[in-house]
Design a protein around this ligand. Structure first.
Ligand SMILES: Cc1cc2nc3c(=O)[nH]c(=O)nc-3n(C[C@H](O)[C@H](O)[C@H](O)COP(=O)(O)O)c2cc1C
Length: 137
């Protein structure tokens, strides 16, 4: 089971989640996709392959009202998990994703891939790669 959990303010990261889900399903994976707002830390932590999505917000940060507190609670439960990270960005160079990847590795998870897309994905190769990696994980 691949669990996709995402936050999206204007739909770009949501579109990435949809693309990743479609690719992983086409590759034979059982996939569930849910917003951060609609799930909880224990449920997410119970899955073995977890894909987390959040755009660059603040100043190269995770979205701070929902995603940051969620991830802070989830991190201690990620040891040994296979985790993929994705999100859309605007004008930066992907710093938020580098920091997020580092935090995830520091938590003891294996990062199976990261995907960042400038604004709107349009069958982005980055999404295809992460969806395929998740299906294989
Ligand atoms: C409050 C706010 C802060 C943002 N901060 C950054 C940033 O630090 N770096 C960046 O590259 N883009 C930043 N952006 C641009 C978003 O990451 C970009 O528009 C992204 O596509 C939004 O994804 P979403 O549609 O899933 O919400 C910011 C956007 C907003 C609204």
């Amino acid at each position: 089971m691949v669990e996709i959990v995402y936050w999206s303010g204007t739909g770009n990261t949501e579109a990435m989640a949809n693309e990743i889900e479609a690719v992983a399903k086409a590759a034979g994976a059982d996939v569930e996709s849910v917003r951060f707002e609609d799930t909880n830390v224990d449920d997410v932590a119970s899955k073995d392959v977890i894909l987390l999505g959040c755009p660059a917000m603040g100043s190269e940060e995770l979205e701070d009202s929902v995603v940051e507190p969620f991830f802070t609670d989830l991190a201690p439960k990620l040891k040994g998990k296979k985790v993929g990270l994705f999100g859309s960005y605007g004008w930066g160079s992907g710093e938020w994703m580098d920091a997020w990847k580092q935090r995830t590795e520091d938590a003891g998870a294996t990062v199976i891939g990261t995907a960042i897309v400038n604004e709107t994905p349009d069958n982005a190769p980055e999404c295809k790669e992460l969806g395929e990696a998740a299906a294989k994980a």
